[in-house]
Ligand binder design. Structure first.
Ligand SMILES: O=C(O)CCC(=O)C(=O)O
Ligand SMILES: [Fe+2]
Length: 333
C-alpha cells in the first residue's frame, strides 16, 4: 500500500490541478440523466447515432450503449476470467506485478487519487498488449489469456466505432482515431483493466476519504465500463470545471449495457467541446459491505507517438506518451 501524497500539490497539467482541488461538490445524489444510445444498425444509422453521441458527449460527458454488438456471453466469459484471476492467492498474483508506467499487470491498493490522497479499495489487472510479456497467468489459468484477449479486441473495435462518430462530427476523416489507436504498432497503449473492489469487514469503520475509486477524470480519449447487475456504486458529476460542479448521480449497473465517458485526451483533442467528466466509485452501503464489486474498463488511449492537438490549437501539442506518463505519475507513487 502506498503512502498518502499531499492534496494541495501543484501539477503542470490543468487537469490535475482540478482533480487535486476537487471540492464544492454537493454530496446529495443528483438527477442528471445519463443518455442511453442504441447502436442498432450502426452503418445505416451512422449520422443519426453520431448526432446522439455528440449531444451526450458535449452536454453530459457520460452515456450508456445498448445493442452495441458485443455479445453478453463474451462479457460474462471475461468477467469469469477476471474473477478466477483475483481468486488466486497473493503469492500467485504477485508473479504478475504492474510494470512501472506501462498499465500492464497486477496491483493491489496501489492507486492513490490526487482528489483523495488515499488508496482506492481495489485491486486491478491491466492488459496493454505490447507489454504483456511474463504477465499472463498461463500456468494457473489455461483459458484466461484467450478469454481476455477476445474481450480486449471486441472492446477496441467498439471503441473505434464510437470514436469514428466523434471524428466525423469534429471534421476529421472517419478513421482518424482508428489510425491513432493502431493495434498493429509497438506504441499501442490502449488498456483493458479488470477491476475487483474489495469486500469489507462488517465492523471496519472508514473515514470519508476512503473510496472504492476516488473522484477523477480519465486520462484517455474514451472509456467503456462494463458493470454487473446488483454491483453498482459508480457515480458521475457532470461539468469538468471545478466551479461548475453540480451533484453526484449514480449510474445504473445493468448486465450488457456499457457505460462510456469522455476522457481528458479527447477533451483536449476536441478543444474542450467533448466533456471529460468527474466520476468515482462509492464505498458499499451497510447492506452491501461484505460484497465484492467486479467491473471492467477499456481505455482508448492514443498510441504513444501520436500528437494530441485540436484544430483550434487551444492546448500546446503533446505526445500521447508524455501526456499519459504525467497522469500515471500523479496516481502511482
Ligand atoms: O469500476 C468502475 O465502475 C469505474 C472505474 C473507473 O472509473 C476507472 O478505472 O477509471
Ligand atoms: Fe475512471
Amino acid at each position: 500500500m502506498k503512502t498518502k501524497h499531499s492534496q494541495n500539490q501543484s501539477y503542470d497539467l490543468q487537469e490535475l490541478n482540478f482533480e487535486s482541488n476537487l471540492k464544492n461538490v454537493k454530496e446529495d445524489v443528483g438527477q442528471v440523466k445519463v443518455p442511453i444510445i442504441d447502436l442498432y444498425n450502426f452503418e445505416q444509422r451512422f449520422k443519426e447515432i453520431s448526432e446522439d453521441l455528440w449531444q451526450a458527449a458535449t452536454q453530459v460527458g457520460f452515456f450508456q450503449l445498448t445493442r452495441h454488438g458485443i455479445a453478453l456471453d463474451t462479457i460474462n466469459t471475461a468477467f469469469d476470467a477476471s474473477k478466477s484471476f483475483f481468486s488466486l492467492n497473493k503469492t500467485q498474483k504477485s508473479q504478475y506485478p504492474l510494470k512501472n508506467g506501462l498499465n500492464a499487470g497486477w496491483e493491489y491498493m496501489e492507486q492513490v487519487r490526487p482528489s483523495t490522497g488515499s488508496a482506492d479499495q481495489k485491486e486491478s489487472y491491466q492488459i496493454t498488449l505490447p507489454h504483456m510479456q511474463d504477465l499472463w497467468p498461463n500456468t494457473e489459468l489455461t483459458q484466461f489469456k484467450q478469454d481476455v484477449l477476445t474481450m480486449e479486441h471486441q472492446a477496441w473495435s467498439l471503441g473505434m466505432k464510437v470514436l469514428s462518430c466523434f471524428a466525423y462530427k469534429l471534421g476529421f476523416q472517419r478513421d482518424f482515431f482508428t489510425q491513432a489507436h493502431n493495434k498493429d504498432k509497438a506504441d499501442y497503449q490502449s488498456t483493458l483493466r479488470l477491476l475487483h473492489y474489495l469486500p469489507q469487514d462488517k465492523d471496519t469503520q472508514f473515514d470519508k476519504n476512503t473510496w472504492r475509486a476516488g473522484a477523477h477524470t480519465d486520462f484517455d480519449c474514451l472509456t467503456m465500463v462494463f458493470q454487473k447487475q446488483g454491483q453498482g456504486g459508480l457515480q458521475v458529476c457532470p461539468g469538468k470545471n471545478a466551479d461548475q460542479h453540480q451533484s453526484w448521480t449514480e449510474v445504473d449497473a445493468i448486465d450488457g449495457v456499457i457505460t462510456c465517458n469522455i476522457g481528458d485526451m479527447l477533451m483536449r483533442w476536441s478543444d474542450d467541446k467533448l466533456k471529460s467528466t468527474f466520476h468515482r466509485v462509492r464505498m458499499p452501503k451497510p447492506e452491501e459491505i461484505t460484497q465484492a464489486r467486479y467491473s471492467m474498463a477499456f481505455f482508448c488511449q492514443a498510441n504513444k507517438n501520436v500528437i494530441i492537438q485540436g484544430s483550434e490549437k487551444s492546448y500546446k501539442p503533446i505526445s500521447a506518451e508524455d501526456y499519459l506518463n504525467m497522469r500515471i505519475a500523479a496516481n502511482f507513487a
